[in-house]
Write a protein that binds this ligand. Structure first.
Ligand code: NAD
Length: 492
């Protein structure tokens, strides 16, 4: 991504989708979206200002009056149609994710599948929306609780799951009777554009029920500030999540803001070496470490010899990984989202080495590739406990090694983090697994699973600074977030 607009006729300038129409954006600025594997320019991305965002919010507000009257089982049928269209275009969408964001095709295919599962989960909305009642609370008096839509939802999404994360929000929001404005990441918006084209071509929703605006921070501010927007769903870095949650709270708006992470993987001395190697490498280096569930800390448990043996297993498996373009079948470690990102993460490695860390594996030795965005797997040992590489999310293929004599010390070290998204233990001991599951302060815990991503029927459950707000994405939390409860007390 650079801030230079390209005027070549072959390069499309993206448009917003408002009230069922594609509209040109009177942009405050325009960015260039590139394929990170090749550097090829894919599109110009216009950054919407308040006027463009307000137009989309007003369209969503106008559409909500009729949409909330559509019976829940009929809204579910709209989602069934969406599910069929996305399923029919699964391969095309995955290829687009690879091209625009960079991740490997199998990874992108998995992401699109996870997004489709969110649509499938939201199809149960007639059941999920059912309320509660208690009859006879006084003579002749009955009480009922019903769920009504919140209104218009503004959703702001990150670059790293350009198909899945918009689909965490859109299906549940509209299933509950809300209308929707999506602002995807300005770094890779093409998958959202394609999904909206499919929605429009197949007349999945009435005009205005779902809308798309391109933009960055100005568009985010405008969404939060708009009187037509009633709630904000956000996913991104912890810093932006805190900002979005605070600004929403100041305007009296409900917000769910899912933030960053520093996920620890604990290697017990009794771990199966093959399971440990596969789990750690896929978690730390899959998608080049650009997942909110990426394991970026490896806590080696045991005496020094046991710790070194586990480290050797992980280093050997990491060294064998192939770094390359996401579209190449042989690639294990894809490019970062941009050459700027690669430079930032390479700088963090340099900084850690300057602070006394030792690079057991240095990914800067790998070729940066045609797009300048590749970085190989990096493993840093002997990192000082308070160094950024030990406590902050670097969001690249960098694994920081920590050591603990036993499981209690490991749990204490893991729980010292300000984040609590996910954590994983590798062990063959049921007792150690149980101790860890019970004691670790993280909302998503894996046992012998590198990436403990919940399926869409469960909430995506980060804790601590990995979320601002109380309700998570997906599962019954989504229904709770996208509805307001009304309690009716009647005497007849
Ligand atoms: P980001 O915070 O830079 O951007 C996220 C969104 O916020 C984008 O749409 C962007 O346009 C907007 N934004 C960025 N800066 C802003 C600002 N100053 N003011 C207003 N809006 C702003 O995040 P990213 O780099 O796109 O995504 C990666 C981050 O997302 C990582 O930290 C990752 O852990 C996190 N993430 C979290 C989860 C989760 O479920 N907790 C899931 C995926 C990604």
């Amino acid at each position: 991504m650079s801030d230079t607009t390209l005027d070549a006729p072959a390069v499309t300038t993206l448009r917003n989708h408002v009230a069922g129409q594609w509209v040109e954006v009177d942009a405050v600025e325009t960015l260039v979206d590139r394929d990170p594997a090749t550097g090829e320019v894919l599109a110009n991305v216009p950054l919407s200002g308040a006027a463009a965002v307000n137009a989309a919010a007003a369209a969503a507000k106008a559409a909500q009056r009729d949409w909330r009257e559509v019976p829940p089982q009929v809204r579910a049928r709209h989602l069934m149609a969406l599910r069929e269209v996305l399923d029919a275009h699964r391969g095309e969408l995955a290829a687009l994710v690879t091209r625009d964001m960079g991740k490997t095709l199998p990874d992108a295919t998995g992401e699109v599948g996870r997004g489709i599962e969110s649509v499938e989960a939201a199809i149960a909305i007639p059941h999920l929306l059912k309320g509660e009642n208690l009859e006879g609370v006084a003579r002749g008096v009955d009480v009922e609780m019903v769920r009504q839509p919140v209104g218009v939802i503004g959703a702001i999404t990150p670059f790293n799951f350009p198909a899945m994360i918009p689909l965490w929000f859109l299906p549940f929001a509209v299933a509950c009777g809300n209308t929707f404005v999506l602002k995807p990441s300005e770094q890779d918006p093409l998958t959202s554009v394609r999904m909206f084209e499919l929605i429009e071509e197949n007349e999945i929703f009435p005009p205005g029920v779902v809308n798309l605006v391109h933009g960055a921070h100005d568009a985010v501010n405008a969404l939060i500030d708009s009187d037509d927007i009633d709630a904000i769903s956000f996913v991104g870095s912890a810093k932006t999540a805190r900002y979005v949650a605070s600004r929403s709270a100041e305007r009296g708006k409900r917000a769910q803001a899912l933030g960053g992470a520093k996920n620890a993987m604990v290697a017990m001395p009794d771990a199966d070496p093959a399971v440990l190697a596969a789990g750690v490498t896929s978690s730390a280096f899959g998608a080049a470490g650009q997942r909110c569930l990426a394991g970026s800390l490896l806590v080696l448990v045991g005496d020094e010899a046991e710790q070194d043996a586990s480290l050797k297993t992980v280093v050997e498996a990491s060294r064998a990984l192939t770094v390359g373009a996401g579209g190449d079948e042989a690639t294990d470690v894809c490019p970062l989202v941009s050459s700027d990102s690669r430079e930032r993460v390479a700088g963090e490695i340099e900084r850690a080495l300057g602070e006394g860390a030792e690079a057991v594996l240095d990914g800067r030795d790998a070729s940066a590739g045609a797009g300048g965005a590749n970085l190989g797997p990096t493993i840093l040992d002997r990192v000082p406990g308070d160094a950024p590489a030990a406590v902050e999310e670097l969001f690249g293929p960098v694994l920081t090694v920590l050591r603990a004599p036993d499981i209690d010390a490991a749990i204490e070290r893991v729980n010292a983090s300000r984040y609590g998204n996910a954590s994983v233990i590798f062990t063959t001991s049921g007792g150690a697994a149980r101790t860890y599951r019970r004691g670790v302060e993280a909302g998503m815990v894996g046992v012998n699973i590198g990436v403990a991503a919940p399926i869409a029927w469960f909430p995506f459950s980060g804790w601590k600074d990995s979320i601002d707000g109380d309700l998570h994405a997906n599962g019954t939390d989504a229904v709770e977030f996208y509805t307001r409860k009304k309690v009716l007390t009647s005497r007849w």
